[in-house]
Design a protein. Structure first.
Length: 200
């Protein structure tokens, strides 16, 4: 019975491994014509909204040999910090710990936590404090980093970080409701991460 159940579980896993990586597939350029027609009937004076697929560019295929550089795009909701920039390495603050990404890294999706993101290009290192987001590392030595908020580390005032940490620590100790405790704990966590980024 156990052997039969194990065999059933193994089949989907083996079939998943045979599928190509998403980076090997071109981005589909399809639009839902029925949606566009319905939109034009209701709002004829405004262009219909674009879907994420309309912004996606097809990635180059996975190379046979590992390239010497990692191509990074680093975007925020309101700005693009890096666009297809070739670098040596990025170190991202993932929820599982600091993660170094070099050319040839395996395909990975990592959730970002508040912490230090550093971009290494030769002897030059650019550091940002990121609040949260995701990093999409593709098999073809491309990495897309999407953060909710990011600030260059040299623009952060260490005295304001210390002040904020003290304030949120005080709020946490005096919080009476679960909501107040959760909000204060988030403040403590973010300011602790900021402090660690500045002193580390």
């Amino acid at each position: 019975m156990l052997r039969r159940a194990t065999g059933l579980l193994a089949r989907p896993i083996l079939s998943c491994r045979a599928r190509p990586f998403s980076t090997d597939l071109p981005a589909p350029q399809t639009t839902d014509s029925s949606f566009v027609e319905a939109w034009k009937k209701v709002i004829p004076n405004m262009e219909p909204p674009k879907t994420p697929l309309s912004f996606m560019q097809p990635r180059p295929p996975t190379p046979s040999s590992i390239p010497s550089k990692l191509t990074v795009s680093f975007v925020l909701p309101y700005a693009s910090e890096l666009s297809n920039k070739e670098v040596d390495m990025v170190i991202i603050p993932s929820t599982t710990g600091q993660m170094g990404v070099l050319p040839g890294h395996v395909s990975t999706i990592a959730e970002l936590k508040p912490g230090l993101l550093s971009v290494h290009e030769g002897n030059e290192v650019t550091k940002y404090f990121v609040s949260s987001g995701f990093a999409f590392i593709h098999a073809n030595s491309f990495a897309d980093i999407i953060a909710v908020e990011a600030v260059p580390l040299d623009q952060i005032d260490a005295s304001l970080v210390q002040k904020g940490l003290a304030e949120f620590t005080q709020k946490l100790s005096s919080a009476s409701t679960d909501l107040e405790k959760a909000e204060a704990q988030i403040g403590v966590d973010v300011h602790s991460a900021l402090n660690a980024a500045l002193t580390g």
